[in-house]
Ligand binder design. Structure first.
Ligand SMILES: Cc1cc2nc3c(=O)[nH]c(=O)nc-3n(C[C@H](O)[C@H](O)[C@H](O)COP(=O)(O)OP(=O)(O)OC[C@H]3O[C@@H](n4cnc5c(N)ncnc54)[C@H](O)[C@@H]3O)c2cc1C
Length: 256
């Protein structure tokens, strides 16, 4: 599929539907064997806040269109977005973004979307991030913005993935935790971990979730992942004393 012509009529910053913008793939790399980051140049992209997402539209030569939502993975930047897409084998859009789209190919995007699931460096509370699988994408944008902005608020990212081979951003997070005071990253595996892991593989457990009292003031909490992960994480967070008003969630799709 290639980009269509777009149907936008609105001017950015004015009321009305968001315009579709042409986006061209300028860089890409694999995060895991089944997930790819695509970097898109988007002329007219106004920048975004960490945590926001975009709609992506593909248009076939016969005019058929398919549209899906993807979180923006990079820290705020005008004119450019990075998306990290997990392959859904029988899916319509993710196989194109992960396996088929090549440098120079185009699609359309519109956004940024999302006013609640956002983090900016003006937010002074500690931050707790809980990611299930590809749910780490918008949380990684927050980590990147925290580092880039020079914010010193404590950040604790907990990533749940099937195995170590399924974890996104491994090298970058490894490097950032070495050089960024106050940034902590924990990984837990649902199917199989590393030989010396103290934790037995399995889905998120109550004891995996830090209590609200773990930081000097209760943290702002962001949870993102499949439905089942978000529901479980929210339940454990409430049991651990986090206020429901401090918990922001984003659901990516089926829990399977
Ligand atoms: C706010 C938001 C942000 C998102 N951000 C990202 C992101 O950063 N990276 C990313 O990879 N995905 C993200 N998603 C999921 C994405 O929008 C698509 O749902 C996903 O890529 C599958 O699309 P598809 O066209 O390939 O599959 P579809 O053709 O829509 O579905 C094919 C089959 O896969 C199942 N399925 C659909 N979605 C999922 C899913 N997410 N997980 C497992 N099975 C699924 C369907 O039930 C169906 O059986 C986000 C979703 C939302 C709502």
């Amino acid at each position: 599929m290639a980009a269509g012509t777009g149907d936008a009529t609105a001017v950015p910053g004015r009321p009305g539907p968001m315009p579709w913008l042409r986006a061209r793939l300028v860089d890409d790399w694999l995060e895991t064997r089944t997930a790819r980051t695509v970097v898109l140049d988007v002329p007219g992209w106004p920048s975004h806040d960490a945590g926001q997402h975009v709609d992506v539209r593909l248009t076939a030569e016969d005019g058929y269109t398919a549209q899906r939502t993807y979180s923006v993975a990079n820290a705020p930047e005008a004119g450019r977005i990075a998306l990290t897409v997990q392959l859904v084998g029988d899916g319509e859009v993710s196989p194109y973004l992960v396996e088929t789209m090549e440098p120079g190919d185009e699609c359309e995007v519109r956004g940024p979307i999302g006013g609640w699931f956002r983090w900016t460096e003006e937010m002074a509370e500690p931050v707790l991030l809980l990611a299930g699988g590809s749910g780490v994408v918008p949380l990684m944008a927050m980590v990147r913005q925290r580092v880039r902005s020079g914010s010193t608020v404590p950040f604790h990212l907990i990533c749940s993935a099937r195995t170590p081979d399924h974890v996104f951003y491994t090298n970058e997070l490894f490097a950032l935790t070495r050089t960024t005071p106050g940034l902590r990253v924990d990984r837990l595996y649902t199917r199989g971990g590393l030989p010396d892991d103290a934790r037995a593989p399995g889905r998120l457990r109550l004891e995996d979730v830090p209590p609200a009292s773990a930081t000097p003031v209760p943290p702002r909490v962001y949870v993102c992942g499949p439905n089942g992960f978000v529901e479980t994480a929210t339940r454990w967070l409430l049991e651990r004393g986090h206020d429901s008003g401090a918990i922001r969630t984003e659901r990516f799709g089926p829990s399977s």
